[in-house]
Design a protein around this ligand. Structure first.
Ligand code: MG
Length: 459
């Protein structure tokens, strides 16, 4: 009997057995499932090469893996070769700005922000905007920022939290021709962004809910536009041989902060417990103590991509508000309860994650090349000043990041957003959250950096 035939013969039985196991677990019992005494061909999660090293993957201890902090660069000990002559047409330094709490607060420009960007533009000093925000197409967000700040910006120097998802479209591990589930603050808009990136089959939670409202038995979630599913939903009793003609989700993408946490959590948990992403099935490998990670997320379930891990952010309310990181924590908490304590495997992007800084550095390098050219007199990029308001994301990310190009990333914290000296609940600036410099606002940040580069008095 070939492995595939064994799978076909056993999978239906396994689903029933494991539905019972799941019921037991949902009643709070610790349950170790069985593989029904059969060999089972577990699928391998499609992992795009770009993301293979993403952090927050559980270690043997079950705790997320953390990259050791590199710490801030020394402010008072800059490299020997500084920024050249003030006004040098090809400066060897550049800036990366966070947006909320640095350039804007509650959608209004922070004093000095527009002036700072205009100075940099006028002096050919490259900069990009790197935000953990998202949920809108890049072009719309850039148009909006250009209007608010009165400084012309382009998508060439703009990275929002989900921009790196573009890299998951093409290539042998890409999802271009696969089926993906997207969610966020406005799932329909997230679908539009995903289609624009090049993904071809993009579903939202509303599509699934509309196809089978029993999947979420409480009051209906916020009504959303929806589209018919390309294939019907499977059930736990669907024979394995029929699964190819039923819906299969190959990856889950959270673009920005979801609103319907309950529906989204239900569907994501269902998929992470499914057999190979077939919504409505339940993997027979779940809770098998003989398997790595007790068989959880070990049966070709779709990878879960999250775009931003900020627990809090600076909004109109006087205290910080929950961000997408709070949704991650909720997912991880529910997953722990479902699985008897397993850590949730997920791939997290956005600041402070290294992959996002590497992506931003590539965008910055391309932008710098467009701006300064590659001719004589254009040396390498020596320093990047990361100006942010959040010690846990902007600062920690810059401190953690080790540039493959040997560029130093200098973290500069401003006090116009999440963090302020003496503010109730303000993070302690220790470890990887300790910036190279703390200043009042973005203008002071630019001035301090220029001074460090030997451009003092220019701005
Ligand atoms: Mg911010």
């Amino acid at each position: 009997m070939t492995p595939t035939t064994r799978l076909a013969a056993s999978v239906s039985t396994c689903f029933r057995a494991n539905t019972l196991a799941r019921d037991k677990m949902l009643r709070g019992a610790v349950c170790f499932g069985r593989r029904a005494g059969v060999s089972f061909v577990g699928g391998r999660m499609p992992v795009a090469r770009f993301y293979q090293s993403v952090t927050e993957y559980p270690t043997k201890s079950g705790n997320p893996q953390r990259v050791p902090a590199k710490g801030p660069v020394q402010w008072e000990n800059p490299r020997k070769q500084k920024g050249g002559t003030p006004g040098d047409p090809a400066p060897p330094f550049a800036f990366v700005f966070d947006i909320d709490g640095v350039l804007l607060h509650v959608s209004k420009p922070i004093p000095g922000a527009a002036e700072s960007l205009q100075f940099l533009k006028d002096h050919n000093i490259p900069f990009i905007l790197l935000t953990n925000g998202g949920g809108k197409p890049e072009a719309d967000r850039v148009r909006d920022l250009t209007e608010k700040l009165g400084v012309t910006l382009t998508t060439d120097n703009f990275v929002q939290s989900h921009t790196p998802f573009r890299q998951l479209v093409d290539g042998p591990d890409g999802f271009q021709d696969k089926t993906i589930l997207v969610t966020g603050s406005d799932p329909e808009r997230c679908r539009g962004i995903a289609l624009d990136y090049g993904f071809k089959t993009v579903l939202t939670p509303a599509d699934i809910y509309t196809a089978d409202p029993t999947i979420f038995p409480f009051a209906p979630p916020t009504p959303q536009p929806n589209r018919p599913l390309p294939l019907p939903l499977a059930t736990p009793s669907t024979p394995a041989s029929s699964l190819p003609s039923h819906l299969k989700i190959d990856a889950i993408f959270v673009f920005d902060d979801p609103r319907d946490w309950a529906l989204d959590t239900q569907l994501i948990m269902d998929l992470l417990q499914s057999h190979a992403g077939h919504l409505g099935t339940y993997s027979p490998l779940n809770a098998d103590p003989s398997l790595p990670n007790f068989g959880w997320q070990n049966d070709g379930q779709p990878p879960l991509y999250l775009s931003n891990s900020d627990l809090v952010w600076s909004a109109a309310y006087p205290l910080p508000r929950f961000g997408q990181g709070a949704f991650h924590a909720a997912l991880a908490g529910v997953w722990r309860r479902l699985t008897g304590g397993r850590a949730l495997r997920r791939r997290v992007l956005g600041k402070p994650h290294t992959e996002t800084y590497a992506f931003a550095e590539r965008v910055l390098a391309d932008h710098r090349r467009d701006l300064l050219g590659e001719g004589e007199g254009v040396g390498r990029l020596e320093s990047v000043y990361m100006v942010g308001d959040n010690p846990a994301s902007d600062v920690a990310g810059a401190n953690r990041y080790v540039s493959g190009e040997g560029t130093e990333w200098v973290s500069v914290l401003v006090e116009t957003g999440v963090w302020r000296e003496g503010r109730v609940g303000a993070a302690e600036l220790t470890g990887e959250k300790r910036p190279a410099r703390v200043v009042g606002d973005v203008k002071a940040a630019v001035r301090a950096a220029l001074e460090r580069e030997g451009w003092g008095g220019m701005f």
